[in-house]
Design a protein around this ligand. Structure first.
Ligand code: 13P
Ligand code: SF4
Length: 360
């Protein structure tokens, strides 16, 4: 039972003390969040790993790209030197906790796109920007090519950084975050062609549109957030006068445009926290976070924006059973599900991640 698993997790935590740090993303289920020492959005979690307190192990309750990022940041040369070469081990409780959006851009596809693009435009003037929801190999690609990583909380500042350095941005894997952010910067949809990696010929990606582009968007999306529809917003506005719409920028443009507020999970939480009692919200992001906000803010009226369930099945894979299993193995020194990015990929990913972390 969950009670028994919780007791077993607590027993391991007592035994390991400060050598163990459990990080939890806001989309994790409540029982997992209760066992997290720190929780955050993707940006905050990467900062926590970068600060890397004096722990030996980080158990990352989130998805694969987050654990990779934590490994790269917690074990960067500067930190390793401070710890006399001692690595922080990063564990993902279930290796099947991936991200379908991150899987929509593979490194060979991005390299092929870059080469194909180079036949039409000068790629020296293109800054590649990868959303943090991507494999470490894509972050390394950005590091090598003068590019950078962004999260949903700093996408605008990162695009501004990029436009100070290049004429165009190649943004992957999430077309919606790229588009929604660029639209706030006087960039128009006709300057944002969508690169389809499954088009066999570059011609299919319209050479003229590439020449005229300011942002080339990768054809990727979040399968959870794309389920929110403009008609859901219309129905709430009609049936609940005065309601405010709060969404994550991974939602499609036609939803994002209708929202009162759009932002990262951290911003969504802070927006609700800062609102007076009686405020009415319809929130378009992962179900577990919206349900938690409902429980934590009974003084407000919080609705889930979609009539159908939108939950992240891979975030949900992290449960008490997996958490308990990896922790008990840790005590037995049979370390399971260790995420370790190879040295070369780490080095170049770090270049792109540090550029992001340097932006205030
Ligand atoms: P943030 O927590 O950075 O808003 O990201 C949301 C998300 O989809 C994580 O996978
Ligand atoms: Fe990936 Fe979407 Fe799940 Fe976030 S919510 S981990 S972007 S599939």
């Amino acid at each position: 039972s969950n009670t028994e698993l919780s007791q077993r997790i607590d027993a391991v935590r007592q035994q390991l003390g400060d050598s163990l740090l459990i990080l939890g993303h806001h989309y994790q289920q409540d029982e997992v969040i209760e066992h997290s020492d720190l929780r955050g959005d993707s940006y905050q979690l990467s900062q926590m790993a970068a600060e890397s307190p004096a722990c030996k192990t980080i158990v990352f309750c989130g998805v694969h790209f987050m654990a990779e990022t934590a490994d790269i940041l917690a074990n960067r040369p500067e930190k390793l030197a401070q710890r006399d070469g001692q690595r922080v081990q990063v564990i993902l409780p279930d290796l099947a906790a991936g991200c379908s959006m991150a899987d929509m851009a593979a490194i060979d596809q991005v390299e092929t796109a870059w080469a194909d693009m180079g036949e039409v435009i000068d790629t020296d003037s293109v800054i590649p920007v990868t959303y943090i929801n991507s494999a470490a190999s894509l972050k390394a690609f950005c590091g090598k090519h003068g590019g950078i990583v962004c999260t949903s909380s700093n996408a605008r500042a990162v695009l501004e950084w990029a436009f100070e350095r290049g004429q165009r941005v190649f943004f992957f894997p999430d077309q919606h975050l790229g588009r929604n952010t660029a639209l706030t910067m006087d960039i128009t949809n006709d300057q944002m062609p969508v690169w389809d990696p499954y088009e066999q010929e570059l011609g299919g990606n319209d050479e003229q549109a590439i020449r005229d582009s300011r942002v080339i968007l990768w054809k990727g999306h979040c399968s959870v957030h794309q389920m929110f529809r403009p008609e859901h917003v219309d129905a709430f506005r009609k049936n609940h006068p005065g309601i405010k719409i709060l969404v994550h920028p991974e939602c499609p443009q036609n939803v994002n445009d209708l929202a009162d507020v759009s932002g990262s999970t951290g911003k969504i939480i802070n927006t609700v926290k800062a609102s007076p009692p009686g405020t009415k919200w319809a929130i378009g992001t992962e179900l577990h976070l919206v349900n938690r906000l409902k429980q934590e803010h009974p003084e407000q009226e919080i609705h889930f924006l979609s009539p159908v369930i939108c939950m992240c099945a891979t975030m949900y894979r992290i449960d008490l059973a997996h958490l308990c299993w990896c922790l008990e193995n840790l005590v037995a020194q049979e370390n399971v599900n260790v995420i370790e990015v190879d040295e070369e990929t780490s080095r170049w990913s770090l270049v792109a991640l540090e550029r992001m972390l340097a932006i205030k």
